[in-house]
Write a protein that binds this ligand. Structure first.
Ligand SMILES: [Zn+2]
Ligand SMILES: [Zn+2]
Length: 252
């Protein structure tokens, strides 16, 4: 499997793009503003979008994506999400008020977007590729993802604060090679109630981790990236954390 980082910021501004990861050519993990950098041809090759949660920085480009490629695509774009995420997006995004409701247009039988329900821990198989939603603890219901090529696994925390269940799920994985974790906030700005991670909360999780992984940090707060990253390097140095960059590519 090949994973390309299209966006990995917690917000916009200049070259910053919000979360979107291209997995091979046909899968997106989240549809933040990074997805808007794909060419029309690349967008048309995407058949599956796995959403972590409903927040706009992760879902906002889904309706635009469906629209941009509708004239090329021959089948619905499948959007995988938790029940709560589907309910939120149907109530507030796909309702005909802000944009055409492409979950029922151009027809209910053959819409541009079709939601597929996922559950924490229940794998979705796409050929040999296995994608497993992971439990996380955010301000709204959310799922991380483990992407398993058969050779190695790549885990992504989505948005979360410290969450025992997430770290316990990682400890049960064989062949876990890459771990991409959000650290949005500085220690002084964060608490578990914020729904996000700080360096200290990441350290608490890494204390629980029993695996050796290559650790990448994502979703840094715009304008405070270096301050947050300095704190991460200070407390999690033994894991050699690396700041994730747009355009970065992983093969596993
Ligand atoms: Zn976010
Ligand atoms: Zn969020």
């Amino acid at each position: 499997m090949q994973l390309t980082v299209l966006g990995c910021s917690a917000g916009i501004g200049g070259a910053r793009r919000t979360t979107s990861l291209l997995l091979d050519e046909d899968i997106l993990i989240d549809a933040g503003s990074g997805a808007g950098d794909l060419s029309l041809e690349q967008m048309a090759r995407v058949d599956h979008v796995f959403l972590t949660h409903a927040h706009l920085d992760h879902s906002g480009f889904l309706p635009l994506l469906a629209d941009a490629t509708a004239f090329i695509r021959k089948r619905p774009l499948l959007a995988y999400a938790l029940d709560e995420t589907i309910a939120a997006l149907k109530a507030h995004m796909f309702n005909g008020a802000l944009w055409p409701d492409y979950t029922v247009k151009p027809s209910i039988e053959d819409p541009y977007v079709r939601f597929v329900r996922i559950k924490h821990g229940v794998p979705v198989m796409l050929g040999e590729r296995r994608i497993v939603p992971l439990p996380v603890c955010h301000s709204i219901p959310a799922a991380g993802y483990c992407m398993d090529s058969g050779n190695a696994r790549f885990a992504f925390s989505a948005d979360t604060t410290h969450c025992d269940a997430f770290w316990d799920a990682l400890n049960e994985m064989d062949n876990l090679r890459y771990l991409m974790v959000e650290v949005t906030l500085r220690n002084a700005d964060a608490s578990e109630a914020s729904g996000h991670m700080s360096a200290k909360l990441l350290a608490k999780g890494l204390d629980r981790l029993t695996k050796n992984v290559e650790l990448f940090i994502t979703h840094l707060e715009p304008g405070k990236e270096e301050l947050v990253m300095d704190e991460v390097l200070e407390v999690c140095n033994s894991f050699s954390p690396v700041r994730l960059h747009q355009g970065q590519r992983f093969v596993f």
